[in-house]
Design a protein around this ligand. Structure first.
Ligand code: NAD
Length: 543
Protein backbone atom coordinates (compact mmCIF):
# COMPACT_ATOMS: atom_id res chain seq x y z
CA UNK A 1 0.00 0.00 0.00
CA UNK A 2 1.41 3.35 -0.99
CA UNK A 3 0.31 6.01 1.49
CA UNK A 4 3.06 8.54 0.87
CA UNK A 5 2.24 12.09 -0.22
CA UNK A 6 4.46 12.51 -3.22
CA UNK A 7 5.46 15.56 -5.23
CA UNK A 8 7.13 15.42 -8.63
CA UNK A 9 9.77 18.15 -8.46
CA UNK A 10 9.80 20.98 -10.95
CA UNK A 11 11.58 19.42 -13.93
CA UNK A 12 14.22 20.93 -16.18
CA UNK A 13 13.40 21.30 -19.88
CA UNK A 14 14.91 18.55 -21.99
CA UNK A 15 18.29 19.62 -23.40
CA UNK A 16 18.14 20.21 -27.16
CA UNK A 17 20.72 18.21 -29.09
CA UNK A 18 22.53 20.09 -31.85
CA UNK A 19 23.44 17.25 -34.26
CA UNK A 20 26.56 19.11 -35.35
CA UNK A 21 28.77 17.23 -37.84
CA UNK A 22 31.06 14.58 -36.35
CA UNK A 23 29.01 14.03 -33.15
CA UNK A 24 27.84 10.60 -32.03
CA UNK A 25 24.28 11.90 -31.74
CA UNK A 26 24.31 12.82 -35.42
CA UNK A 27 25.75 9.45 -36.47
CA UNK A 28 23.10 7.60 -34.45
CA UNK A 29 20.28 9.66 -35.92
CA UNK A 30 21.55 9.16 -39.47
CA UNK A 31 21.79 5.42 -38.90
CA UNK A 32 18.16 5.36 -37.64
CA UNK A 33 17.00 7.42 -40.62
CA UNK A 34 18.67 5.02 -43.04
CA UNK A 35 17.23 2.00 -41.31
CA UNK A 36 13.68 3.40 -41.17
CA UNK A 37 13.78 4.61 -44.77
CA UNK A 38 14.83 1.17 -45.99
CA UNK A 39 11.80 -0.59 -44.47
CA UNK A 40 8.06 -0.63 -45.01
CA UNK A 41 6.52 -0.55 -41.56
CA UNK A 42 3.13 -2.16 -41.04
CA UNK A 43 1.05 -0.08 -38.67
CA UNK A 44 -1.87 -1.77 -36.92
CA UNK A 45 -4.60 -0.20 -34.83
CA UNK A 46 -4.15 -0.61 -31.08
CA UNK A 47 -7.38 -1.31 -29.27
CA UNK A 48 -7.54 -2.58 -25.70
CA UNK A 49 -3.76 -3.00 -25.81
CA UNK A 50 -3.97 -5.44 -28.74
CA UNK A 51 -2.84 -4.96 -32.31
CA UNK A 52 -5.79 -5.04 -34.70
CA UNK A 53 -5.44 -5.42 -38.47
CA UNK A 54 -8.28 -4.61 -40.83
CA UNK A 55 -6.50 -5.21 -44.13
CA UNK A 56 -7.84 -1.86 -45.35
CA UNK A 57 -4.40 -0.39 -45.96
CA UNK A 58 -3.20 3.09 -46.84
CA UNK A 59 0.40 4.05 -47.66
CA UNK A 60 2.59 6.32 -45.55
CA UNK A 61 4.68 8.52 -47.85
CA UNK A 62 7.66 10.82 -47.42
CA UNK A 63 6.44 14.35 -48.27
CA UNK A 64 9.90 15.20 -49.66
CA UNK A 65 9.99 12.08 -51.86
CA UNK A 66 6.36 11.12 -52.33
CA UNK A 67 6.99 7.94 -54.29
CA UNK A 68 8.93 6.54 -51.34
CA UNK A 69 6.60 4.48 -49.17
CA UNK A 70 7.62 4.24 -45.51
CA UNK A 71 4.88 1.90 -44.46
CA UNK A 72 1.22 1.06 -44.59
CA UNK A 73 -1.36 1.61 -41.90
CA UNK A 74 -4.57 -0.27 -41.26
CA UNK A 75 -7.68 1.91 -41.34
CA UNK A 76 -10.37 1.49 -38.72
CA UNK A 77 -13.90 0.66 -39.86
CA UNK A 78 -17.16 0.87 -37.94
CA UNK A 79 -16.48 -2.37 -36.03
CA UNK A 80 -13.05 -1.25 -34.79
CA UNK A 81 -14.29 2.24 -33.87
CA UNK A 82 -16.95 0.68 -31.65
CA UNK A 83 -14.40 -1.78 -30.24
CA UNK A 84 -12.14 1.16 -29.30
CA UNK A 85 -14.94 2.89 -27.36
CA UNK A 86 -15.84 -0.33 -25.56
CA UNK A 87 -12.19 -0.95 -24.68
CA UNK A 88 -11.81 2.58 -23.31
CA UNK A 89 -14.96 2.34 -21.21
CA UNK A 90 -13.91 -1.07 -19.88
CA UNK A 91 -10.56 0.36 -18.76
CA UNK A 92 -12.12 3.46 -17.17
CA UNK A 93 -12.92 2.09 -13.70
CA UNK A 94 -9.57 0.54 -12.94
CA UNK A 95 -7.59 3.42 -14.40
CA UNK A 96 -9.48 6.16 -12.56
CA UNK A 97 -9.13 4.38 -9.24
CA UNK A 98 -5.44 3.71 -9.77
CA UNK A 99 -3.20 5.90 -7.60
CA UNK A 100 -2.43 9.18 -9.38
CA UNK A 101 1.19 8.65 -8.44
CA UNK A 102 1.26 5.42 -10.46
CA UNK A 103 -0.37 7.16 -13.42
CA UNK A 104 2.20 9.95 -13.25
CA UNK A 105 4.99 7.38 -13.00
CA UNK A 106 3.94 5.93 -16.36
CA UNK A 107 4.02 9.45 -17.79
CA UNK A 108 7.49 10.13 -16.45
CA UNK A 109 8.71 6.75 -17.65
CA UNK A 110 7.43 7.51 -21.15
CA UNK A 111 9.40 10.78 -21.03
CA UNK A 112 12.53 8.93 -20.01
CA UNK A 113 12.09 6.39 -22.81
CA UNK A 114 11.73 9.18 -25.37
CA UNK A 115 14.68 11.06 -23.96
CA UNK A 116 16.94 8.02 -24.27
CA UNK A 117 15.96 4.72 -25.87
CA UNK A 118 13.36 6.00 -28.36
CA UNK A 119 14.82 9.43 -29.10
CA UNK A 120 16.33 8.61 -32.49
CA UNK A 121 13.39 6.45 -33.52
CA UNK A 122 10.82 9.12 -32.70
CA UNK A 123 12.89 11.89 -34.28
CA UNK A 124 13.56 9.82 -37.42
CA UNK A 125 9.86 8.96 -37.81
CA UNK A 126 8.96 12.66 -37.42
CA UNK A 127 11.63 13.68 -39.94
CA UNK A 128 10.73 11.13 -42.58
CA UNK A 129 6.96 11.08 -42.14
CA UNK A 130 6.28 14.77 -41.48
CA UNK A 131 9.28 16.23 -43.38
CA UNK A 132 10.94 17.97 -40.44
CA UNK A 133 14.63 18.85 -40.32
CA UNK A 134 16.72 17.20 -37.59
CA UNK A 135 16.50 20.34 -35.44
CA UNK A 136 12.74 20.80 -35.93
CA UNK A 137 12.14 17.14 -35.08
CA UNK A 138 14.40 17.38 -32.03
CA UNK A 139 12.61 20.41 -30.52
CA UNK A 140 9.23 18.80 -31.19
CA UNK A 141 9.36 15.01 -30.95
CA UNK A 142 12.20 14.60 -28.45
CA UNK A 143 12.08 17.75 -26.35
CA UNK A 144 8.54 19.10 -26.31
CA UNK A 145 7.03 15.64 -25.92
CA UNK A 146 9.19 14.82 -22.89
CA UNK A 147 8.61 18.29 -21.45
CA UNK A 148 4.83 17.90 -21.67
CA UNK A 149 5.04 14.54 -19.92
CA UNK A 150 7.38 15.63 -17.12
CA UNK A 151 5.83 19.04 -16.45
CA UNK A 152 2.34 17.59 -16.33
CA UNK A 153 3.48 15.09 -13.67
CA UNK A 154 4.70 18.07 -11.66
CA UNK A 155 1.52 20.11 -12.24
CA UNK A 156 -0.75 17.27 -11.18
CA UNK A 157 1.02 17.08 -7.82
CA UNK A 158 0.14 20.74 -7.32
CA UNK A 159 -3.44 20.29 -8.49
CA UNK A 160 -4.11 17.42 -6.11
CA UNK A 161 -2.56 19.37 -3.26
CA UNK A 162 -4.91 22.27 -3.92
CA UNK A 163 -7.58 21.70 -1.25
CA UNK A 164 -10.25 23.95 0.22
CA UNK A 165 -10.12 25.59 3.62
CA UNK A 166 -11.96 23.88 6.48
CA UNK A 167 -13.62 25.83 9.30
CA UNK A 168 -13.35 24.43 12.82
CA UNK A 169 -15.52 21.34 13.31
CA UNK A 170 -15.60 20.32 9.64
CA UNK A 171 -13.30 18.77 7.07
CA UNK A 172 -13.58 19.87 3.43
CA UNK A 173 -11.83 18.21 0.59
CA UNK A 174 -11.83 18.10 -3.18
CA UNK A 175 -11.65 14.82 -4.97
CA UNK A 176 -10.32 15.24 -8.52
CA UNK A 177 -12.39 12.72 -10.45
CA UNK A 178 -11.83 12.21 -14.17
CA UNK A 179 -14.66 12.81 -16.64
CA UNK A 180 -17.35 10.15 -16.71
CA UNK A 181 -17.02 8.42 -20.08
CA UNK A 182 -14.26 8.62 -22.70
CA UNK A 183 -12.30 11.51 -24.21
CA UNK A 184 -12.06 11.73 -28.00
CA UNK A 185 -8.63 13.00 -29.06
CA UNK A 186 -8.02 14.33 -32.58
CA UNK A 187 -4.48 15.38 -33.43
CA UNK A 188 -2.90 17.48 -36.22
CA UNK A 189 -0.04 16.44 -38.47
CA UNK A 190 2.42 19.13 -37.53
CA UNK A 191 3.58 18.32 -33.99
CA UNK A 192 4.38 14.89 -32.60
CA UNK A 193 4.42 16.47 -29.14
CA UNK A 194 0.84 17.72 -29.51
CA UNK A 195 -0.37 14.27 -30.56
CA UNK A 196 1.19 12.87 -27.39
CA UNK A 197 -0.12 15.59 -25.11
CA UNK A 198 -3.68 15.52 -26.44
CA UNK A 199 -3.87 11.98 -25.04
CA UNK A 200 -1.50 12.02 -22.13
CA UNK A 201 -2.90 15.13 -20.40
CA UNK A 202 -6.43 13.66 -19.97
CA UNK A 203 -4.97 10.19 -19.27
CA UNK A 204 -2.80 11.56 -16.47
CA UNK A 205 -5.94 12.99 -14.85
CA UNK A 206 -7.49 9.50 -14.86
CA UNK A 207 -9.35 9.58 -18.18
CA UNK A 208 -9.36 7.08 -21.03
CA UNK A 209 -9.02 8.16 -24.66
CA UNK A 210 -9.95 7.11 -28.17
CA UNK A 211 -7.37 8.68 -30.47
CA UNK A 212 -7.77 9.55 -34.14
CA UNK A 213 -4.30 10.55 -35.32
CA UNK A 214 -3.69 12.63 -38.47
CA UNK A 215 -3.00 10.20 -41.28
CA UNK A 216 -0.04 12.33 -42.40
CA UNK A 217 1.68 11.82 -39.03
CA UNK A 218 0.97 8.13 -38.58
CA UNK A 219 4.58 6.97 -38.48
CA UNK A 220 5.68 9.08 -35.49
CA UNK A 221 2.30 8.66 -33.82
CA UNK A 222 2.65 4.89 -33.98
CA UNK A 223 6.14 5.16 -32.43
CA UNK A 224 4.50 7.11 -29.60
CA UNK A 225 2.19 4.13 -29.07
CA UNK A 226 5.26 1.86 -28.87
CA UNK A 227 6.66 4.16 -26.17
CA UNK A 228 3.43 4.31 -24.17
CA UNK A 229 3.07 0.56 -24.24
CA UNK A 230 6.65 0.05 -23.11
CA UNK A 231 6.07 2.62 -20.35
CA UNK A 232 3.35 0.33 -18.96
CA UNK A 233 0.15 1.96 -20.16
CA UNK A 234 -2.62 -0.50 -19.20
CA UNK A 235 -4.77 -2.01 -21.95
CA UNK A 236 -7.65 0.12 -23.17
CA UNK A 237 -6.56 3.40 -21.56
CA UNK A 238 -5.36 4.79 -24.91
CA UNK A 239 -6.82 3.39 -28.10
CA UNK A 240 -5.17 4.25 -31.42
CA UNK A 241 -7.51 4.20 -34.40
CA UNK A 242 -6.28 5.78 -37.64
CA UNK A 243 -9.08 6.23 -40.14
CA UNK A 244 -11.60 8.62 -41.58
CA UNK A 245 -12.19 11.49 -39.16
CA UNK A 246 -15.75 11.95 -40.34
CA UNK A 247 -16.62 8.26 -39.83
CA UNK A 248 -14.94 8.06 -36.42
CA UNK A 249 -16.56 11.32 -35.36
CA UNK A 250 -19.99 10.13 -36.45
CA UNK A 251 -19.81 7.12 -34.12
CA UNK A 252 -18.07 8.78 -31.18
CA UNK A 253 -20.20 11.91 -31.08
CA UNK A 254 -23.32 9.76 -31.07
CA UNK A 255 -22.19 7.83 -28.01
CA UNK A 256 -23.82 8.57 -24.67
CA UNK A 257 -20.47 8.26 -22.88
CA UNK A 258 -18.72 10.89 -25.00
CA UNK A 259 -17.27 13.08 -22.23
CA UNK A 260 -14.79 15.38 -23.92
CA UNK A 261 -12.98 16.40 -27.08
CA UNK A 262 -9.28 17.26 -26.99
CA UNK A 263 -8.50 18.68 -30.40
CA UNK A 264 -5.75 20.51 -32.24
CA UNK A 265 -6.14 21.31 -35.91
CA UNK A 266 -7.81 23.79 -38.18
CA UNK A 267 -10.54 26.15 -37.17
CA UNK A 268 -12.85 24.72 -39.82
CA UNK A 269 -12.56 21.14 -38.50
CA UNK A 270 -12.97 22.23 -34.89
CA UNK A 271 -16.15 24.14 -35.71
CA UNK A 272 -17.58 21.05 -37.41
CA UNK A 273 -16.76 18.85 -34.42
CA UNK A 274 -18.15 21.27 -31.86
CA UNK A 275 -21.38 21.64 -33.83
CA UNK A 276 -21.64 17.86 -34.05
CA UNK A 277 -21.26 17.54 -30.28
CA UNK A 278 -23.67 20.42 -29.66
CA UNK A 279 -26.29 18.72 -31.82
CA UNK A 280 -26.19 15.65 -29.59
CA UNK A 281 -26.13 17.42 -26.23
CA UNK A 282 -29.37 15.98 -24.82
CA UNK A 283 -28.08 12.44 -25.46
CA UNK A 284 -24.92 12.70 -23.39
CA UNK A 285 -24.54 11.63 -19.77
CA UNK A 286 -22.66 14.88 -19.01
CA UNK A 287 -21.94 18.18 -20.72
CA UNK A 288 -18.78 17.36 -22.67
CA UNK A 289 -15.57 19.33 -22.18
CA UNK A 290 -14.57 20.80 -25.51
CA UNK A 291 -10.95 21.87 -25.74
CA UNK A 292 -9.50 22.88 -29.09
CA UNK A 293 -6.45 24.79 -30.26
CA UNK A 294 -6.88 25.87 -33.85
CA UNK A 295 -5.38 28.11 -36.51
CA UNK A 296 -3.47 31.36 -36.53
CA UNK A 297 -2.59 34.34 -38.68
CA UNK A 298 0.31 35.38 -36.56
CA UNK A 299 1.68 38.89 -36.83
CA UNK A 300 5.01 40.62 -36.53
CA UNK A 301 4.57 44.33 -35.87
CA UNK A 302 7.73 46.36 -36.33
CA UNK A 303 8.20 49.86 -34.94
CA UNK A 304 10.59 52.40 -36.46
CA UNK A 305 12.89 52.01 -33.41
CA UNK A 306 13.43 48.29 -34.10
CA UNK A 307 16.68 46.85 -35.49
CA UNK A 308 16.49 45.54 -39.03
CA UNK A 309 18.89 42.63 -38.56
CA UNK A 310 16.88 41.29 -35.61
CA UNK A 311 13.58 41.77 -37.45
CA UNK A 312 14.78 40.01 -40.61
CA UNK A 313 16.15 37.04 -38.62
CA UNK A 314 12.89 36.66 -36.70
CA UNK A 315 10.88 36.83 -39.92
CA UNK A 316 13.00 34.19 -41.67
CA UNK A 317 12.91 31.77 -38.76
CA UNK A 318 9.36 32.58 -37.73
CA UNK A 319 7.89 32.29 -41.23
CA UNK A 320 9.90 29.55 -42.88
CA UNK A 321 11.03 27.01 -40.28
CA UNK A 322 9.09 23.80 -40.80
CA UNK A 323 7.88 25.38 -44.06
CA UNK A 324 5.60 27.76 -42.17
CA UNK A 325 3.48 24.83 -40.98
CA UNK A 326 3.34 25.92 -37.37
CA UNK A 327 0.14 27.37 -36.02
CA UNK A 328 2.38 30.10 -34.56
CA UNK A 329 4.28 30.83 -37.81
CA UNK A 330 4.80 34.48 -38.71
CA UNK A 331 2.52 35.00 -41.68
CA UNK A 332 1.81 38.74 -41.78
CA UNK A 333 4.25 41.51 -40.97
CA UNK A 334 3.82 45.27 -40.67
CA UNK A 335 7.03 47.13 -41.40
CA UNK A 336 7.62 50.91 -41.31
CA UNK A 337 8.63 52.53 -44.55
CA UNK A 338 11.94 53.72 -43.06
CA UNK A 339 13.08 50.17 -42.21
CA UNK A 340 11.69 48.27 -45.20
CA UNK A 341 14.72 48.78 -47.54
CA UNK A 342 17.20 47.38 -44.98
CA UNK A 343 14.87 44.58 -43.78
CA UNK A 344 14.26 43.62 -47.40
CA UNK A 345 17.94 43.55 -48.23
CA UNK A 346 18.86 41.40 -45.22
CA UNK A 347 15.94 39.02 -45.83
CA UNK A 348 16.92 38.69 -49.49
CA UNK A 349 20.46 37.80 -48.51
CA UNK A 350 19.25 35.23 -45.97
CA UNK A 351 16.72 33.68 -48.36
CA UNK A 352 19.41 33.27 -51.00
CA UNK A 353 21.25 31.02 -48.52
CA UNK A 354 18.24 28.81 -47.70
CA UNK A 355 18.47 25.29 -49.07
CA UNK A 356 15.34 23.19 -49.51
CA UNK A 357 15.16 19.42 -49.93
CA UNK A 358 15.23 16.01 -48.28
CA UNK A 359 15.41 15.85 -44.48
CA UNK A 360 18.35 13.44 -44.73
CA UNK A 361 20.50 16.25 -46.12
CA UNK A 362 21.19 18.18 -42.90
CA UNK A 363 22.25 21.26 -44.89
CA UNK A 364 18.61 21.92 -45.79
CA UNK A 365 16.92 24.60 -43.70
CA UNK A 366 13.57 23.75 -45.26
CA UNK A 367 11.93 20.54 -46.41
CA UNK A 368 8.60 19.67 -48.02
CA UNK A 369 5.06 20.68 -47.12
CA UNK A 370 2.96 17.85 -45.82
CA UNK A 371 0.95 16.60 -48.81
CA UNK A 372 -0.42 17.35 -52.23
CA UNK A 373 -3.60 19.03 -51.00
CA UNK A 374 -1.56 21.39 -48.88
CA UNK A 375 0.91 22.01 -51.73
CA UNK A 376 -1.93 22.87 -54.12
CA UNK A 377 -3.57 25.16 -51.59
CA UNK A 378 -0.33 27.09 -50.95
CA UNK A 379 0.55 27.36 -54.63
CA UNK A 380 -2.93 28.69 -55.40
CA UNK A 381 -2.42 31.51 -52.90
CA UNK A 382 0.93 32.32 -54.52
CA UNK A 383 -0.61 32.28 -58.02
CA UNK A 384 -3.42 34.53 -56.82
CA UNK A 385 -0.88 37.03 -55.39
CA UNK A 386 1.20 36.83 -58.55
CA UNK A 387 -1.73 37.84 -60.73
CA UNK A 388 -3.09 40.56 -58.42
CA UNK A 389 -2.40 44.29 -58.85
CA UNK A 390 -2.48 44.56 -55.04
CA UNK A 391 0.43 42.24 -54.40
CA UNK A 392 4.02 41.78 -55.49
CA UNK A 393 6.08 38.64 -54.97
CA UNK A 394 9.33 39.99 -53.56
CA UNK A 395 11.13 36.68 -52.96
CA UNK A 396 10.45 33.06 -53.90
CA UNK A 397 7.14 32.00 -55.41
CA UNK A 398 8.23 28.81 -57.15
CA UNK A 399 6.57 25.51 -56.31
CA UNK A 400 7.54 22.05 -57.52
CA UNK A 401 5.80 18.78 -56.66
CA UNK A 402 7.58 16.48 -59.11
CA UNK A 403 9.61 14.65 -56.43
CA UNK A 404 8.46 16.15 -53.15
CA UNK A 405 6.06 18.91 -52.19
CA UNK A 406 8.51 21.80 -52.26
CA UNK A 407 7.53 25.45 -51.98
CA UNK A 408 10.15 28.20 -51.97
CA UNK A 409 10.20 30.62 -49.03
CA UNK A 410 7.91 33.29 -50.42
CA UNK A 411 7.54 36.94 -49.42
CA UNK A 412 4.58 38.88 -50.76
CA UNK A 413 4.40 42.66 -50.39
CA UNK A 414 0.80 43.83 -50.41
CA UNK A 415 -0.55 47.30 -51.04
CA UNK A 416 -3.94 46.38 -49.58
CA UNK A 417 -3.56 45.45 -45.88
CA UNK A 418 -6.71 43.32 -46.21
CA UNK A 419 -5.39 41.29 -49.13
CA UNK A 420 -6.38 37.61 -48.66
CA UNK A 421 -2.84 36.48 -47.80
CA UNK A 422 -2.83 38.98 -44.88
CA UNK A 423 -6.08 37.57 -43.48
CA UNK A 424 -6.34 33.84 -44.18
CA UNK A 425 -4.27 31.01 -42.72
CA UNK A 426 -2.19 29.55 -45.58
CA UNK A 427 -0.12 27.10 -43.52
CA UNK A 428 2.92 27.20 -45.75
CA UNK A 429 6.14 29.19 -46.24
CA UNK A 430 4.40 32.38 -47.31
CA UNK A 431 4.92 35.67 -45.51
CA UNK A 432 2.88 38.72 -46.44
CA UNK A 433 4.22 42.18 -45.67
CA UNK A 434 2.43 45.48 -45.45
CA UNK A 435 4.70 48.52 -45.44
CA UNK A 436 3.16 51.40 -43.49
CA UNK A 437 4.12 55.05 -43.14
CA UNK A 438 6.15 55.53 -39.94
CA UNK A 439 3.70 58.19 -38.79
CA UNK A 440 0.78 55.71 -38.99
CA UNK A 441 1.78 53.40 -36.14
CA UNK A 442 -1.47 53.95 -34.23
CA UNK A 443 -3.58 53.11 -37.30
CA UNK A 444 -1.39 50.06 -37.91
CA UNK A 445 -2.11 48.78 -34.41
CA UNK A 446 -5.76 48.82 -35.30
CA UNK A 447 -5.05 46.95 -38.54
CA UNK A 448 -3.11 44.26 -36.66
CA UNK A 449 -5.97 43.82 -34.24
CA UNK A 450 -8.81 43.80 -36.74
CA UNK A 451 -7.40 42.18 -39.86
CA UNK A 452 -7.71 38.50 -38.99
CA UNK A 453 -10.27 36.48 -37.04
CA UNK A 454 -7.45 34.60 -35.28
CA UNK A 455 -5.60 35.56 -32.09
CA UNK A 456 -2.88 33.00 -31.53
CA UNK A 457 0.63 34.52 -31.50
CA UNK A 458 2.20 37.84 -32.34
CA UNK A 459 5.45 39.76 -31.99
CA UNK A 460 6.24 43.40 -31.46
CA UNK A 461 9.69 44.69 -32.35
CA UNK A 462 10.73 48.03 -30.85
CA UNK A 463 13.66 49.46 -28.93
CA UNK A 464 11.35 52.01 -27.34
CA UNK A 465 9.94 50.48 -24.15
CA UNK A 466 6.95 52.86 -24.07
CA UNK A 467 6.01 51.63 -27.53
CA UNK A 468 6.28 47.98 -26.51
CA UNK A 469 4.03 48.37 -23.50
CA UNK A 470 1.50 50.64 -25.23
CA UNK A 471 1.27 48.28 -28.23
CA UNK A 472 0.89 45.24 -25.95
CA UNK A 473 -1.96 47.03 -24.22
CA UNK A 474 -3.69 47.95 -27.48
CA UNK A 475 -3.26 44.37 -28.75
CA UNK A 476 -4.45 42.77 -25.52
CA UNK A 477 -6.85 40.37 -27.24
CA UNK A 478 -4.94 39.95 -30.54
CA UNK A 479 -2.73 37.08 -29.37
CA UNK A 480 -2.66 34.45 -26.61
CA UNK A 481 1.13 34.32 -26.85
CA UNK A 482 2.77 37.70 -27.34
CA UNK A 483 6.49 38.17 -27.89
CA UNK A 484 8.65 41.27 -27.46
CA UNK A 485 11.60 41.41 -29.86
CA UNK A 486 11.39 37.71 -30.69
CA UNK A 487 9.83 35.52 -33.35
CA UNK A 488 6.27 34.36 -32.63
CA UNK A 489 7.12 30.63 -32.72
CA UNK A 490 8.95 28.22 -30.41
CA UNK A 491 6.90 28.21 -27.19
CA UNK A 492 8.55 26.03 -24.56
CA UNK A 493 6.58 23.91 -22.07
CA UNK A 494 6.76 25.35 -18.56
CA UNK A 495 7.98 28.69 -19.92
CA UNK A 496 5.39 30.00 -22.39
CA UNK A 497 2.05 28.17 -21.84
CA UNK A 498 0.52 28.00 -25.30
CA UNK A 499 -2.81 28.90 -26.87
CA UNK A 500 -4.89 31.70 -28.31
CA UNK A 501 -8.48 32.85 -28.33
CA UNK A 502 -10.96 34.34 -30.81
CA UNK A 503 -10.97 31.85 -33.74
CA UNK A 504 -7.67 30.30 -32.55
CA UNK A 505 -9.24 28.06 -29.96
CA UNK A 506 -10.40 27.72 -26.40
CA UNK A 507 -7.02 28.90 -25.05
CA UNK A 508 -6.67 26.15 -22.48
CA UNK A 509 -2.90 26.59 -22.47
CA UNK A 510 -1.24 23.29 -23.15
CA UNK A 511 1.97 22.93 -21.17
CA UNK A 512 0.44 24.33 -18.00
CA UNK A 513 -1.84 23.21 -15.16
CA UNK A 514 -4.70 25.09 -16.86
CA UNK A 515 -5.07 22.40 -19.52
CA UNK A 516 -5.06 19.59 -16.95
CA UNK A 517 -7.88 21.28 -15.06
CA UNK A 518 -10.16 20.76 -18.06
CA UNK A 519 -9.83 17.00 -17.62
CA UNK A 520 -11.05 16.76 -14.08
CA UNK A 521 -14.53 16.72 -12.67
CA UNK A 522 -14.02 17.64 -9.02
CA UNK A 523 -16.23 16.41 -6.21
CA UNK A 524 -16.42 18.39 -2.98
CA UNK A 525 -16.81 16.38 0.19
CA UNK A 526 -17.74 18.05 3.48
CA UNK A 527 -17.68 16.14 6.74
CA UNK A 528 -19.23 17.58 9.90
CA UNK A 529 -17.36 16.23 12.91
CA UNK A 530 -20.16 16.65 15.45
CA UNK A 531 -23.49 17.01 13.62
CA UNK A 532 -26.12 19.39 15.13
CA UNK A 533 -29.02 17.83 16.97
CA UNK A 534 -31.50 20.72 17.13
CA UNK A 535 -33.08 22.24 14.01
CA UNK A 536 -33.67 25.67 15.66
CA UNK A 537 -31.29 28.64 15.16
CA UNK A 538 -30.38 31.17 17.91
CA UNK A 539 -32.22 34.04 16.16
CA UNK A 540 -35.47 32.17 16.72
CA UNK A 541 -35.27 32.48 20.56
CA UNK A 542 -37.71 34.94 22.18
CA UNK A 543 -36.53 38.48 23.30
P1 NAD B 1 -6.98 19.54 -39.79
O1 NAD B 1 -8.06 20.33 -39.17
O2 NAD B 1 -7.02 19.30 -41.24
O3 NAD B 1 -6.90 18.11 -39.11
C1 NAD B 1 -6.77 17.94 -37.71
C2 NAD B 1 -7.28 16.56 -37.36
O4 NAD B 1 -8.70 16.54 -37.55
C3 NAD B 1 -6.70 15.45 -38.24
O5 NAD B 1 -6.48 14.31 -37.45
C4 NAD B 1 -7.83 15.22 -39.23
O6 NAD B 1 -7.81 13.94 -39.80
C5 NAD B 1 -9.04 15.40 -38.33
N1 NAD B 1 -10.29 15.66 -39.03
C6 NAD B 1 -10.48 16.36 -40.16
N2 NAD B 1 -11.80 16.40 -40.47
C7 NAD B 1 -12.44 15.70 -39.50
C8 NAD B 1 -13.80 15.38 -39.25
N3 NAD B 1 -14.79 15.79 -40.05
N4 NAD B 1 -14.09 14.65 -38.14
C9 NAD B 1 -13.11 14.25 -37.29
N5 NAD B 1 -11.81 14.52 -37.48
C10 NAD B 1 -11.48 15.24 -38.58
O7 NAD B 1 -5.58 20.23 -39.36
P2 NAD B 1 -4.11 19.79 -39.78
O8 NAD B 1 -3.91 20.15 -41.22
O9 NAD B 1 -3.78 18.43 -39.32
O10 NAD B 1 -3.26 20.79 -38.88
C11 NAD B 1 -3.04 22.10 -39.24
C12 NAD B 1 -3.97 23.02 -38.47
O11 NAD B 1 -3.78 22.83 -37.08
C13 NAD B 1 -3.67 24.48 -38.74
O12 NAD B 1 -4.86 25.20 -38.85
C14 NAD B 1 -2.90 24.90 -37.49
O13 NAD B 1 -2.93 26.26 -37.23
C15 NAD B 1 -3.56 24.08 -36.44
N6 NAD B 1 -2.72 23.89 -35.27
C16 NAD B 1 -3.00 24.62 -34.16
C17 NAD B 1 -2.20 24.51 -33.03
C18 NAD B 1 -2.48 25.31 -31.80
O14 NAD B 1 -1.95 25.00 -30.74
N7 NAD B 1 -3.31 26.35 -31.89
C19 NAD B 1 -1.12 23.63 -33.04
C20 NAD B 1 -0.87 22.88 -34.20
C21 NAD B 1 -1.69 23.02 -35.30
Amino acid sequence: MNNSVFIFDYPANETVRTYTPGTDERKELVSELNSMASQEMEIPLIIGGKEVRTGNLEPVRMPHDHQHILGRYHKAGEKEIKMAVDAALKAHKEWESFSWFERASITVKAAELISKKFRNRLNAATMLGQSKSAFQAEIDAACETTDFLRFNAHYISDIYHDQPHSDPGIINRLEYRPLEGFVFTVSPFNFTAIASNLNMAPILMGNVTVWKPATTAILSNYVLMEVFQEAGMPDGVLNFIPGSGAQIGEILFNHKEFAGLHFTGSNNTFNKLWLKAAGNLPNYRSYPRIVGETGGKDFVLVHETARSQEVATALIRGAFEYQGQKCSAASRAYIPESLWPSVKEIMGDMISQIKIGDVRDFGNFMNAVIDEASFDNISNYIKMADSSPNAEIVFGGKCDKSTGYFVEPTVIKVSDPHFATMEEEIFGPVLSIYVYKDSKFEETLQLVDETSPYALTGSIFAQDRYVLTAAADRLKYSAGNLYFNDKPTGAVVGQQPFGGSRQSGTNDKSGSHLNLLRWTNPRTIKETLIPPTDFKYPFMQGE
